[in-house]
Design a protein around this ligand. Structure first.
Ligand SMILES: Nc1ncnc2c1ncn2[C@@H]1O[C@H](COP(=O)(O)OP(=O)(O)OP(=O)(O)O)[C@@H](O)[C@H]1O
Length: 373
């Protein structure tokens, strides 16, 4: 902004920022107030939670959830909501990415003084996401991650008896989801994806107080408030299906900043023909008890497939340590300077793991013999 101009809200301070949602020119303090007020309005108008609610805020260490934690902290004191605030983090097991973002979560835990619970994929499902990618290739990373993370967050929330799970999905995420479901022609998901509260009736409801806050507003807010977050993209995100809608919305946003909210509002007013809606029957998974419309939940189906893939790759799995196999593959990857894609060629990995498994087995047998003697 080159010319000195007064803030369009308070009319007294100099405008230093452009508000992404309507391109109005505002001062710093008014900008903070507008963003915080959008969150407050969402909480109050949609009755997202009330005094005494135990909130499990999904803390990934990224900019959205870090900003959400900061704003909830500010608003809970300012408006005396009386909510009991906790952080729940999921460690998917992505080396060089999640471990670093969890460091940011721990620093924020100290700063805000909220209790932190961490649930890891490895502990809960037996596989880290890195291992899943090694077994199945990178294309299925996001599907597995999405389903497992959902269940892991629920388990984390149950551990602290949370009444609500709070997530940092913002207005751009909502608009992207709307567009994605329109492209797919998935009308049931289209409507379900537009709600600010998702409540299946089983387990804590999921609430999203950033529904009306633009991505760019969160980035500006976090930057100006000097919040401590991890800004690196997930290495597997390149495989996400949201790429196209995201690019399209970004382009649209440059010429029509209202389009993000436009998508959200349109979806909210949309009436889906009842006949087109898929009837979802709520069952409990026969294996783990999670909510599902089938006999087995999606998490258990994926887990079964992973177990099958893994048992195909190893001989007498129970006799070897999973970590030793993982370390071996990592070593080989570095040693031979394999390109990423090559390591996913299952057949080659299979042979190498089998060789290593045999080696480890022999070593174990020898150790066992020694111990006996
Ligand atoms: N590993 C995780 N642990 C806990 N919560 C998570 C985790 N990953 C995502 N979430 C929650 O889900 C929300 C949406 O996540 P998603 O990955 O779609 O978006 P994001 O833009 O990368 O979010 P963020 O900037 O907070 O990482 C996050 O804001 C957070 O509340």
């Amino acid at each position: 902004m080159s010319k000195k101009m007064l803030c369009s809200k308070c009319k007294t301070e100099t405008a230093t920022l452009i508000l992404p949602r309507d391109q109005s020119k505002v001062c710093r303090e008014c900008f903070f107030h507008i963003v915080e007020d959008s969150v407050h309005r969402a909480i109050v108008d949609h009755k997202l939670f009330t005094s005494g609610d135990i909130l499990a805020v999904g803390a990934s260490g990224g900019k959205d959830s870090t900003t959400l934690i900061h704003i909830l902290h500010v608003l809970n004191e300012k408006y005396e909501y009386g909510a009991d605030l906790h952080m729940v983090s999921i460690d998917e097991g992505i080396k060089g990415y999640r471990d670093e973002s969890l460091d940011a979560v721990r620093r924020n835990q100290k700063k805000y003084g909220w209790p932190l619970t961490i649930v890891s994929f490895k502990d809960m499902f037996g596989y880290s996401l890195d291992t899943i990618v090694k077994l199945l290739g990178p294309k299925r990373a996001c599907t597995h991650c999405g389903i497992f993370r959902r269940q892991a967050l629920e388990v984390g929330a149950k551990k602290i008896s949370a009444t609500k799970i709070v997530l940092g999905h913002n207005a751009n995420d909502y608009a992207e989801t709307t567009l994605l479901n329109l492209i797919r022609g998935d009308l049931s998901r289209l409507k379900r994806g537009s709600t600010i509260i998702t409540d299946s009736g089983y387990g804590p409801a999921r609430i999203k107080p950033f529904k009306y806050v633009y991505q760019e507003e969160i980035v500006k807010y976090a930057f100006l408030k000097k919040l401590d977050y991890h800004s690196v993209e997930c290495p597997y995100a390149v495989n996400a299906q949201r790429g196209l809608p995201r690019v399209y919305l970004n382009q649209l946003d440059r010429v029509a900043s209202w389009s993000v909210l436009g998508f959200i509002k349109s979806n909210e007013q949309l009436q889906i023909n009842e006949k087109k809606k898929k009837k979802l029957i709520a069952n409990k998974c026969i294996k783990c008890g999670f909510l599902t419309s089938q006999k087995l939940c999606q998490g258990c189906v994926l887990r079964q497939k992973l177990d099958d893939s893994f048992s195909q790759l190893t001989i007498k799995l129970e006799e070897v340590e999973m970590e030793e196999v993982e370390e071996y593959v990592d070593e080989k990857e570095k040693e031979n300077n394999f390109k990423k894609e090559r390591i996913y060629e299952k057949e080659k990995v299979k042979v190498k793991i089998n060789e290593k498994v045999k080696e480890i087995q022999k070593e174990k047998e020898k150790e066992f013999e020694k111990e006996k003697n």
